[in-house]
Design a protein around this ligand. Sequence first.
Ligand code: UDX
Length: 480
Amino acid sequence: MDSQSNSPHVLIFPFPVQGHVSCMLKLAELLCLSGVNVTFLNSDIIHRRLLRYTDVISRFSRYSGFRFETISDGLPPDHPRSGNRVVDIFDSIKMVTKPMFREMLLPGGCLNCGSRPPISSVIADGIMCFTIDVAKVEMGIPVFLFRTVSASCFWAFYCIPNLIESGDLPIKEDDEMDRLVKGVTGMEKYLRLRDLPSFCRASDLSDQAFQVVTSETQETHRANGLILNTFEDLEESALIQIRKHIPNLYAIGPLHAHLKSRLEARMASPLRSSNSLWEEDRTCMTWLDEKAQKSVIYVSFGSMTMLSREDLIELWYGLVNSKKNFLWVVRPNSVAGDGQNIPAELLEGTIKRGYMVRWAPQEEVLAHPAIGGFLTHSGWNSTLESIVASVPMICWPYYADQQVNSRLVGEVWKLGFDMKDICDRMILETIIKNLMDVKRGELSRPVDRMMKLARRSIAKDGTSYSNLNRLIEDIKTSKT
Ligand code: UDX
């Protein structure tokens, strides 16, 4: 898969956290498969972890038009870069990374030198709109933005000025959180105050995360186009709304499945493609092999969730008391105030049906026949992976976009249950029993239907398949 000196050269620049890097790498590989030259710009820290825990170098070495470059995220190496400290990256990236990015992108800078064709367009993370100022405005290079959240969540972010105008925001102390909100067009029938992105819960609208996400979203129209990891049948109504403001929209997901399908079409053999920033513990696959079909609930809260010790224990009792098998990912340093993360009392004695790992090969886990349900934080990648694997969900959202996603899963798509804002062992036990037994039949129809629609969208001439081809054509011909 050769680089061609007359082919376009795209710079892909993700926000430096797992959920963003991982799916933008998938987009990078999809572009490589179409003969586009790609430079992938990682933060130093992310890149070191990718090298340590994955085979990305050998995986991408078959694309001669691909290369990695690195840049500082501006934070000290020991910064946690997770939980509510993620927002620190916003400041440092504007202060430190932006001027470095400009230097690197100038003719003769390391992104634009050597025998490779010059960068002809940029695909930047949609929460880094400074790339528009540098690449498009200063240097005349087209910029496409990629948002890792659902279209529905993007639309809710986009409507924040309406929510302020309609009086829905800021949320007041005596507000009824189950009240429906008026300001998000198309979602008036089901979106409650508690389902708005978590940043909207800030009592003070000068809150940094709220401000950043609101202003970055409002700037999207300045880009040449918006790329979303979703598919038309899943989020048609949100996509219709967004297109009224940002007409050049590419819904090309679910990316992980789209990549797999195009790789299979090219090489006729499925490949494992981990982009994990932690070491995957594959012993859980052997453990799953011994379990009956649909008998295990998989528990994972993504790459940034921080659990309190109380929540961890409550969830654990809910799982154990449900008497179902469970496979639980407890990421290193993801439990507040506990160096060991998993309290010793949970590891000793009572677990008979549970297996805990620090990081799992999630896509493979979800595809395993033993998995019957997913207790998830409703991160968008996890939601799409669950849909493609046809696994019903119990949603326990942590922050950002997850509050919106979980509402859609529970109320609109009927792919599971939304346990938002509740962490109670008895409630969890009941919901698990409903998901795995009592309401399994009821859930299976919408779950199977959505899985089929997802697969249809990425099949030849499906909507995501065609939208990706259109993106590639536009990259090849685009001008500022
Ligand atoms: C965050 C947001 O919550 C998400 O909605 C946004 O789109 C990207 O940033 P994160 O919290 O990490 O991401 O969740 P998610 O989007 O679900 O991504 C987690 C990824 O890590 C998934 O692709 C999942 O397969 C992978 N993962 C998780 C593993 O490979 N192993 C694990 O043990 C846990």
